[in-house]
Design a protein around this ligand. Structure first.
Ligand code: ATP
Ligand code: MG
Length: 574
């Protein structure tokens, strides 16, 4: 590509909303154009990268038996009604009516569509397992679209779906795709972790699910891990244990203690000179499903936080939200002083399993400025649930209790999930088994955020001057810059450009009328692996061209005759 003919343009300023390096650099490097909130146009160079990522994904999916199809961006509402997700998907699904008043939506995901494809095309167990995948546009009306391509509303996803007769077969395919994902992200030059993910309330015991997380400071996900233990889980799912705690087992009689204006655990524990885990934190939550709302009281150790997803999974409701303050007041629950004793009305009380139910704690006194000492769950609360509700954190122990875990941040680029018969049952997708009996096949689904991968790669690979593309996804291999004005040198440059292309390189030829400073800045910003400079003076005096390695900034000069072989060597090492 000759830059003089390209629409490419770089920018000095970035919009204030671009908060993370990948977003800023993609805007500065003119890779994406913002069309609207969470809507980005991939400009030519970005689109080359998208296609390179897609190619790697395609090759690895094909290797494990994937059959590529292209489903629709628009899906009929009927299919979602069948699966029961028309309402459940909530506001992230963009719905609309066609001119005949039929429900449609822009696909946020395609389980329903693929189940429909499957039921019309596969009839017998002999055809299984089947792996159907596509690379297509998705739309999710995200609550907070941000960080450019990282959390866009419209984005490109590779989504694959497998179908099976039994869990053994599903497990086998799952393992194969797990391996394919490792190959994909390794080939793309990313540092990543595979972590246990949350299977949701619907996930059965057998359901495995993993996320592929690119490690980066700006990641929105927290990974709890121990390398020695080979343990890694999304904090949403992590069921780590607290290190052995000393509880107050002596206690005494339940008694009131005045705590004027002490509405936080910290204040109360400082005042009573107790460690925070000798207190109970009480949280009131609304568990919502459709129109139904149940108020529940959560009990955690004073220094623990609630994992809302664990609560939601346990209750099996659609949503959990902290009950708003005005509602608390109406229920007679004094914020900051709530406890499980003297509840103004019957309410489900759920204890986190880290709490020693026979120990004694400080807890809210159910009146403003009042706490109670010597609250003992087993003594004072008759009916209770005990489940794992706390949010895992650094310093905890792995679930087997043997290793201390640490925390790091990650960007979810891939997610694989065993769905079981959830969709095939709901949509009554059937297939004949060995005995001619019809059954609901099991499904797996496997996503990769193709455009998020591009952003994640930049998060991991950049410096103060710009992007440093991993070579598999660089828009071009070489940035070839001409510094010189004479017709003669232009002709030489044209010749070299053709030779480089003929040697198999993707070449971006900077033949613009601009000075070296300008060109090198753009070249660093765009971040192609290798820069080749044909400088008129050096070339005339010594017959040499300059090579600059983007990642290391290493510079060397080569004779024109050695250029191709040297570049091949350097590119292979990159
Ligand atoms: P997140 O938790 O980040 O919202 P998700 O778990 O909802 O993602 P999945 O349904 O697992 O996403 O979708 C598969 C993949 O699609 C994700 O692993 C991610 O890489 C990508 N993806 C999801 N949402 C977006 C988005 N808004 N913008 C870009 N990529 C996305
Ligand atoms: Mg996910």
């Amino acid at each position: 590509m000759k830059l003089s003919k390209s629409v490419w343009q770089t920018y000095k300023e970035v919009p204030a909303e671009a908060q993370i390096p990948s977003h800023q650099l993609m805007m500065r490097a003119g890779l994406i154009h913002k069309l609207g909130s969470g809507l980005y146009t991939y400009m030519p160079f970005a689109y080359r990268t998208v296609r390179k990522i897609e190619q790697v994904v395609r090759e690895e999916m094909d290797k494990v038996g994937g059959q590529e199809i292209l489903m629709n961006v628009v899906t009929p509402g009927e299919l979602w009604q069948e699966s029961g997700r028309w309402e459940k998907m909530g506001s992230l699904m963009l719905k609309f009516l066609d001119k005949a008043d039929r429900d449609l939506c822009i696909s946020p995901t395609n389980e329903e569509a693929v189940a429909d494809v499957f039921r019309s095309s596969v009839k017998s167990y002999k055809q299984l397992p089947v792996n159907l995948y596509q690379i297509n546009t998705k739309f999710r009306d995200e609550i907070r679209p941000r960080f450019g391509l990282m959390r866009a509303r419209e984005f490109t996803m590779k989504d694959a779906y497998t179908f099976h007769m039994d869990y053994e077969c599903l497990d086998r395919e799952y393992e194969k795709i797990y391996q394919a994902y490792e190959n994909i992200f390794t080939r793309l030059g990313l540092k990543f972790s595979v972590v246990e993910a949350d299977a949701g309330a619907m996930g059965s015991k057998e359901s495995k699910t993993h996320e592929f997380q690119v490690t980066a400071e700006t990641g929105e996900d927290i990974i709890i891990f121990s390398d020695e233990a080979g343990y890694a889980a999304n904090v949403e799912k992590a069921d780590t244990k607290r290190v052995n705690l000393e509880f107050d087992k002596i206690g005494g009689e339940l008694k009131d203690v005045d705590t004027p204006n002490m509405g936080t655990i910290e204040d109360v524990c400082n005042f009573l000179k107790k460690p925070e885990h000798h207190s109970i934190k009480s949280l009131v939550y609304s568990a919502i499903t459709g129109e139904d709302e149940e108020i529940v009281l959560i009990q955690l150790l004073g220094d623990d936080e609630l994992n809302e997803l664990k609560l939601k999974n346990f209750l099996g409701c659609e949503e959990v939200v902290p009950t708003p303050e005005n509602k608390l007041a109406k229920l007679g629950l004094p914020k900051g002083f709530i406890g499980a004793v003297d509840l103004p009305q019957p309410m489900r009380v759920i204890f986190d399993q880290a709490i020693d139910l026979d120990a004694f704690y400080v807890t809210g006194g159910m009146k403003p400025d009042l706490h109670k000492e010597n609250f003992c769950p087993n003594k004072h609360v008759k009916e209770k649930d005990v489940v794992d509700l706390r949010l895992a954190r650094k310093g905890d122990l792995t679930p087997d209790g043997k290793h201390v875990v640490d925390e790091k941040k990650g960007i979810e680029v891939g997610h694989i999930f065993q769905l079981g018969d959830k969709y095939t049952k709901a949509m009554d997708v059937k297939i004949l088994d060995q005995n001619g009996k019809s059954m609901h096949p099991l499904m797996g689904c496997y996503g990769i955020g193709v455009t998020r991968v591009m952003a994640a790669a930049i998060e991991q690979n950049h410096d103060e001057n710009g992007i440093i593309w991993p070579k598999e996804m660089a828009p071009y291999d070489l940035y070839f810059a001409l510094i010189g004005k004479s017709d003669e040198i232009k002709e030489t440059a044209d010749g070299i450009y053709e030779e480089l292309k003929a040697a198999g390189f993707d070449v971006l030829f900077d033949d613009r009328k601009a000075g070296p400073g300008f060109k090198f800045k753009d070249s660093d910003l765009l971040g192609l692996p290798i820069r080749v400079v044909l400088g008129e003076r050096d070339f005339k005096e010594k017959g040499e061209l300059e090579i600059v390695i983007r990642r290391t900034n290493e510079k060397l000069f080569v004779k024109k005759e050695e250029l191709i072989s040297k570049l091949k060597e350097l590119y292979a090492q990159y």
